[in-house]
Design a protein. Sequence first.
Lengths: 286, 490, 342
Amino acid sequence: MTRRPIWQTVLLYAVVLFWCFIVLFPFYWLGTTSFKRQLDAIRLPKYVPYYDFEPTTEHWDYLINVQGDVTWRHFRNSLIAASGGTGFAVLVGAMAGYGLSRFRYRWPVLNWNNDNIAFWVISQRFLPPALFVVPFLIAYTNLDLIDTHIGLIVAYTMFNIPFAVWIMRDFFNGLPADLEDSARVDGATRWTAFTRIVLPLSAPGLVSVAIFSFVFSWNEYLYALMLTNFEAITMPIFIAGQNTQRGVEWWYISALAITAVLPVVLIGLLLQRFITRGLVAGALKG
Amino acid sequence: MKRFIGFLVILTLVVALVPSTMAQDDKPFAGQKIVVVTQVGRSIGGPVEDFAPDWEEMTGGDVELQQFAWGDLFEKTITAFDTGSGDFDMLIFPAAWSGDYMAPGYLDPAPQEILDKIDMDDVIPLYRDRIIAWGDTVYALPYDGDSHMLYYRKDLVDGGEYAEEFEAEYGYPLAEPKTWTEYYDIAEFFNGRETDMGPIFGVMEAMKRNTQAFYVYFSHAAGYGKIPGNPCFFFSCEDMTPQVNNPGWVRALEDYIRSVDLGPPEQVNWDVADTRNYYPAGMSVFNIDWGDVGPISIDENVSLIKGQVGFAPLPGGDQYWDYEAGEWVTPESGVNEAPFIAFGGWIIGVAADSDVKEAAWDFAAFMAAPEMVKELAVTGGTGINPARFSQFEALDLWVDAGFDEESAVDYLDAILTGINHPNAVLDLRITGTAEYQQTLDVEITRAIAGEISAQEALDNAAAAWDEITDRLGRENQLAQYRSSVGYTGE
Amino acid sequence: MQRSTRETKPQAAAVQGEDITREDRVMKRVFLSPAVIVLLALSIFPLFWSLGISFTDILRGGSTLQREAQSSGVEASGFLGQDFNVTLRNYDRIFDDERLHIAARNTLFFVFVGVTVQYVFGLLLALVLNQEFIGRGIVRVIFLMPMMTMPVVVGYLGRMMFDSYRSPIADLYRHFVAWWEGVPLIGSELDATLPWLTNGSWARGTIVLMDSWQWIPFVTLILLAGMQAIPDDIYEAARVDGASSLQMFWRITLPLLAPLSLTVVLIRGLEIFKIIDVIVVTTGGGPGSATESLTMYIYKTALTFGNYSYAAAISFALLVLVIIFAMVFLGLGRRLVPRGLY
């Protein structure tokens, strides 16, 4: 590769640094705000702890000790709903992805082949959830599913399946069939070949689908808003609802927001390569 | 001997009975769990959190508090009621939703013995007879009293420093404003002025859409639109014609729009509750709010203006629009005082389908007891404002809480004048109230944003109100509105 | 989005010879059915149900018909003896519901402006990042952070950043104003604050900014992957022919990225159609009606107003917009992208 001119290098680093600053500064602000006293947070901005303002841990204390139960309840709800939705979506998605990759389907009447089916599946992902507000509301009330974890898990499974199918199909397409074939020659059934050979080999794909489903469900707002009342409220609804009679309490919300964002961001940072890979697979082949 | 036997019998009876009755009295609700629903946050719900353990100790019951965001509270509870999916027993809810809660029978009528427990004669008549009742039946216990009032910086307005300059400019002395016209004169005079705490804004009025900000507009409208002696304000009581677009309301909206330029620019994104953080930080001269700012303003952790806040009833209109006659009327006193009982306060009801009604009512009475609410009202951040005579009389409590005596008198007087006023305007409380309010809310915020004129906005709102009325059944709605304002005409 | 469909064929054909076993005939259904059943039950069925509801007068707590019957005391029976009527009033109202039109306009604004901003900046960033530099791994990680953040939190962050008075941005601007006014000749008086979220048109733009902050990295990462997939020898050949960097960008990079770009834009566009959470926590749809999105209006109509049938009707209006958008883009794709690549 030819050496690039110096101005390009400078520009490159400038842009990179600038963008990193734009991304990171709001998080810094979130962090410091959670340690500010009320009067420090609502007048002119204060930037540096100990220099500009005297930090206080009272908001964290309130969040963890005084309101600990409440915080934990919502956190747990999010955890249950998101992991449940993820688990089912990964399972069902992997199966369907495998099916679409290894068999030839032809649906009568519609005359659809594998590609049509796959396209139909992914198109469900892009239907606006607002379409389902009314039917879900009526159906869930009649089935007594409003405000239950199961209700949310069902909705999230539905919501995550298309993406899971899409990515997994792509993954299986890239996985040679030889291994399964030889296993089947040795007498393994399709199912054992799938569970014993194909799934372990596709672990990276499964992980990236799982991360995506989890993050989507964790951050999801509209379904949670309409399908939960008290017991099953998840973090996003809880945070969005922090507009209390004392107004938007930035200091407390900041602490809460950090609690909500941290797990997902940590997952993202640790499993970064799976995410990039999933994203690219999803879009490149999409 | 006979006597001795008799004594013995009585003694055994006593000995035998006492422990059992004691045990019963001691923990009458052992093992019963009541679920209490209210809004998120320390205010309103906070006291339940704090005092439930006492009640649990006394009765053996178990209280679980479920809190919702203000913006979701109505949707969540009404959906739960409507579909029978709610498993809550006691609600602390805004009186404005009575039409949606009480009219369909979702709430349990309050038992007389519970009402006896909480000394109903002590309650301000307006609350006792109207706010907690639907028709003649009482469905709820009074918990919090609410009406909008005016806060002003008395160090600026009452102090002499600016008096001369103001009088020279406007031709009358600078004092607590009695009419909206005076209010805007003063706001204009101070807006942008440099004070010892930096530049100050004139007003601070909540304007954010989809919040409680529209109550502020109602407060403006009451002075111009309420006809003394006629209880009907939102609709005409003859045929449910919306009054929102009559000239009185339009003038009020034009006023409200004026406030945009006389206050902090960010106020269009503030709810009433947000102003409670900014006003005590000394940002503006005026603030319109419920009683909450009073106790907050004396809390030095959050307030820079302790002791510098003046309290007043809402300004009135210097004239009002008589919709029956179709003309502007100037009252003899020069002011049409019409305090708006915005919201009507948080009240406590018990769900009709609760399994533990008795326990729930007992806890409700515990929370609504005169001694309890008296204590809560003087504590900043509880969201509880006075609704009982005893709260207004207990001056020493307010002083103990940190008010100076003059401020306490001023504060209590401002509230009492509001809620005890013969021309006070009750909040809308019929089926569909939330929708009426929110359709109006959208239109007024559009007018504020300058998308449409005040007249257009209110015409749209009136059309929308008619559509809602028709959809919910006009006759039904009319009957409800009449009974909710106590209309007895014809 | 359709492109892939062709690639998979050889693989599929290779696996399923003519001699498909009986076991496989069963298993192929077992593998696909769960997903299809879930989607049919939870997506397709509700869709048609919702369509049905949109033609009735069903409200929360009973239809208009029931309410009228209740107040008049006369037993009424509507459509096929059911307790509701079939009516076109919801679709009728769609055409003169101004609030709906405004919400639709806002949504389209978010979609088109948002997509443009995100694509342009995403592409520029990708171009810059498509070079060797120290700390690349870290930067990639940092890029992922906004995408992982809850949109609700993004909204709160946005409100803190764009407050016209107490935010760092406002502070920066104040210093800028003070400096600018001191500049000789061109310096002039400026407004003391910028109405980021307090003026209708500004607020619409600010919402787009927040959404972009979150999703530009997504566009960047995907375009970056696409660029890295372009073989180096194409560039080498061009360089030998004496092409400038700019020419290479226009002639090679951009056309080769076209299919990927369309996909990214389509995905982002469809996602922005669903926007609600960021708006709810920032402006609540205000100032005025400047930022209310369709999804928000549908939610309000259904849950606050309890007008189920109308909510269903407007959700179909939204669907129509979404379909038109997708069709236009897919059609555009067919036209713009060179045949061989599509």
